[in-house]
Design a protein around this ligand. Structure first.
Ligand SMILES: *Cc1c(COP(=O)(O)O)cnc(C)c1O
Length: 506
């Protein structure tokens, strides 16, 4: 087998094919020809009405500039575009901190049951009891998993959950008659944490990690004061390191009236093993689209439930799901201390159904096994790569492992170059240059979805790239070589994003 086919044999090959000569930019998008149609309308069998007589001056006089295409051209266009993308359904997606795990098909089947997929938020209460029961059951499962007392499923993403959680913290401090001014955030935090604190009106204070990538307890004790509203902590951290001193961290905060917020995006390392509610966390969010296998990426609907201890419950967003004495359920809107709504209706209900299907299909033992496999996979990669890539923190890894490009940088090859070369080997890149406390970070999270064969293929690709860095660094620095477009102007893309295609004739 050639080098190329070894990595490509089990995945799409379109990335290797040179663009078809007719697939230049203009021809790819400019397919419209006047008069083409994808459907045939039956002849008009009612009297024609002048639209202006119905809509008056508002009626549009000229037809809009819409593409005119046949059905097969539309199908081919979108199918072709879909093959240019990478997906978890095509291969390993080791994007660290993102938990890009497989989305089991059973979740999709359940979410498409018509009574669930078509449930309308304005459905009358007696007709909505089934879906309310599903929501209630998911809430109870998540409370059991986190060890917390109360929960809202409303937030639509992890960052949105963070905002909701910190608003609960703020409302609680205000209710105590002593609003506070700052939130402490370790330097290993996800970028959304400081953004959240700032958007909730707090000053952000940075806390430096210690030599093993954890919280420096003495530094924390010095920093927490009467103005500290909370510490926002990711556990395990973005280094994939579990915070062993979490109990003492909680004690330090609580002794000064501050709260412990846990960013639970990394719960894939903890589910079924430990519960944040048992180690002092007051409020946290979960990412159903990470840990609980609902689809993720493409800006699609996410879900970032927020779980909290009982004393924060009065502040939860409205409406809150409550059970009546007769066993039926209803939404409660009359909650004087609520922070208000954070999302239309009740959140992304389709994600709740998928997450619940995943939880029930696995059961407690299955979820625990998932956690163990996720941690095992990350440590397998760590062990098999630590002689070729530098491991800046030797603290035991949980569900992800962070290397640095220090050895390769000596040859002028950076983490971003290695990531781009990985695309040529048929893998989605790992997370590049994050966490920020590791210069030139390679952050790898395989998740439990991968078999040992796939992990070996990935390890082999990473080792092969390390050899290329020694023998032919240019090859890596100019990668990818197999994709339709190679290196994009990332600065232009960020500063002047072109987000909308317009017909050439406009
Ligand atoms: C993904 C992630 C978030 C944000 O979640 P979104 O759903 O992308 O908003 C926050 N913190 C950590 C540690 C994460 O990995």
């Amino acid at each position: 087998m050639t080098q190329e086919s070894k990595y490509m044999s089990n995945r799409r090959s379109v990335g290797k094919v040179r663009p078809h000569p007719t697939q230049n930019e203009a021809l790819m998008f400019e397919k419209s020809a006047p008069g083409k149609r994808a459907c045939k309308m039956p002849p008009l069998d009612v009297p024609a009405v002048d639209p202006a007589s119905l809509l008056g001056a508002d009626v549009r006089r000229e037809a809009g500039l819409l593409p005119e295409l046949s059905e097969i051209e539309i199908i081919r266009h979108f199918t072709r575009l879909s093959t240019w993308n990478y997906a978890i359904d095509l291969g390993m997606y080791p994007l660290g901190s993102c938990t890009m795990k497989y989305n089991p098909r059973v979740n999709e089947v359940v979410a498409r049951i018509p009574g669930l997929a078509e449930a309308h938020p304005y459905r009358i209460r007696s007709h909505a009891q089934g879906i309310l029961e599903i929501i209630d059951l998911l809430q109870r499962c998540l409370l059991e998993i986190t060890g917390m007392d109360a929960i809202t499923l409303q937030p639509a993403a992890g960052a949105h959950g963070e905002m909701t959680g910190i608003l609960l913290v703020r409302a609680w401090h205000e209710s105590q008659g002593r609003p506070r001014k700052k939130v402490i955030i370790p330097d290993s935090a996800h970028g959304t944490n400081p953004a959240t604190a700032a958007i909730c009106g707090y000053a952000v204070e940075n806390l430096r990690s210690n030599a093993v990538g954890g919280i420096d307890l003495e530094a924390l004790a010095r920093q927490v004061d009467e103005d500290t509203a909370a510490l926002m902590l990711t556990n395990p951290s973005t280094l994939g390191v579990f915070e062993n001193e979490i109990h003492r961290i909680a004690d330090i905060l609580h002794a000064r009236g501050a709260l412990l917020y846990m960013d639970g995006a990394n719960m894939n390392a903890l589910v079924g093993k430990v519960r944040p509610g048992d180690f002092g966390v007051d409020v946290m969010h979960l990412n159903l689209h990470k840990t609980f296998s609902t689809p993720h990426g493409g800006g699609g609907p996410g879900s970032g439930p927020v779980a909290c201890k009982a004393f924060l419950e009065p502040f939860l967003p409205i409406p809150v799901l409550v059970s009546e004495a007769d066993g039926t359920r209803r939404w409660d809107y009359k909650r004087a201390q609520s922070i208000g709504r954070v999302r239309a209706y009740y959140g992304n209900v389709g994600m709740f159904i998928r997450a619940l299907a995943y939880i029930l299909a696995n059961g407690p033992d299955g979820l625990r096994q998932t956690t163990e496999d996720a941690v095992l996979n990350a440590n397998y990669i760590r062990k098999k790569l630590e002689d070729v890539y530098e491991l800046p923190y030797r603290t035991p890894s949980m569900h992800e492992v962070v290397f640095s490009d220090r050895k390769q940088a000596a040859k002028g090859v950076k983490t971003g170059d290695i990531a781009k070369r990985l695309i040529d080997y048929g893998f989605h890149p790992y997370t590049v240059s994050f966490p920020l406390i590791v210069p030139g970070a390679l952050m790898i999270e395989p998740t439990e979805s991968e078999s040992v064969q796939e992990l070996d293929l990935f390890i082999d690709a990473m080792r092969s790239i390390a050899r290329e860095v020694d023998e032919d660094p240019e090859l890596v620095k100019t990668a990818p070589h197999s994709t339709r477009v190679s290196r994009l102007d990332e600065v232009q893309a960020a500063r002047k994003p072109v987000l909308r295609w317009r017909p050439a004739s406009q």
